[in-house]
Ligand binder design. Sequence first.
Ligand SMILES: Nc1c(N[C@@H]2O[C@H](COP(=O)(O)O)[C@@H](O)[C@H]2O)[nH]c(=O)[nH]c1=O
Length: 348
Amino acid sequence: MRYYETPRISIDRFVEEYEFLNNFYPCRMELDNIVYPNAEAAYQAQKCTDTEEKRVFSQLDPMAAKRRGRALSPPPDWDRVRRRAMERVLRAKFLQNPELAAALLDTGDRMLQEGNGWHDLYWGVDLKTGAGENHLGLLLMALRADLRAGRLVPAAANLYHRAAFPGLRICLEDRDITCSDCACIVNAANETLLGGSGVDGAIHRAAGPELRAECRLLGGCRTGEAKLTKGYRLKAAHVIHTVGPVYGGPDGDEALSACYQNALELAAAHHIPTIAFPILSAGKFGYPPQKAAEIAVAAVRRWLEAHPESPMTVTFSCVQPALYAAMEKTLSRLARRGSSALTSDPVP
Ligand SMILES: Nc1c(N[C@@H]2O[C@H](COP(=O)(O)O)[C@@H](O)[C@H]2O)[nH]c(=O)[nH]c1=O
């Protein structure tokens, strides 16, 4: 039985399908005219008084933001104002990402506790001893109550950027793949196909338990292979699950290319016209961003070029700034070579 299948009154770790409650969860939010890629970056930036210093955080992945924030000397009254700073960040995160507000409401009346093993007794509680003040959990529960009572209202849609590379039949977006408008999204699954952390947990949470029930019937999936299910509560009608390789293993790059090619083959066999990929193996499986980006683009290009008659357009959904930058660089280089037009517009 996996963590999220255990019947429970409280949610006492922000992992797997509850990872969206974690400040490391990738999601865009704007605060004081700066757009951040995750709540950790937005929070750590609040330690800076200088706007240009704050702006540096708009490009940081959560771990880099945490490290940089720790190295700063915070304002003298930080201990007094940090809870209020976190409240503003959480409001921005959930009100500007309506799908996350809905997921927070879906936690019902369950106690939210940021159980951790790194002895943060202010924002969370120690998983072993249960000691801690749990301010992050308390703020999330207060926000949930405000949402439920209608005192706070989420935006109608979230903000993201989309770069089109029409000559390549490829787009790049910096929004969460679970919000994709494509007919099919690709899940970076593990071999069990029963859900996990990262994008896998996010897709299972957004699709609902019916997805896990269908996945159970599939008998797992080997690295490099791809399997199709319905999308259930997702906007996407289908999900293709594929298992990328862990970085550094033998034949990993070939297996990674095979994931893209097999997913596209399966999509085409089901007459799926639009498909969104995350950058496979670039999260917990450890591929460096540039390498993962180059393999992703090369594999998709190879398939599209081999199928000129196919109506398929491919979107890469990429919420992490370092990965987005690597993808943009790789696609722009390719588009220039193909002398294709390049547009980049904020949406909606
Ligand atoms: N967690 C997350 C995304 N994570 C992205 O999915 C890819 C696989 O990472 P991993 O799941 O760690 O193996 C990787 O490119 C990572 O940046 N994407 C999204 O749209 N939404 C999410 O909630």
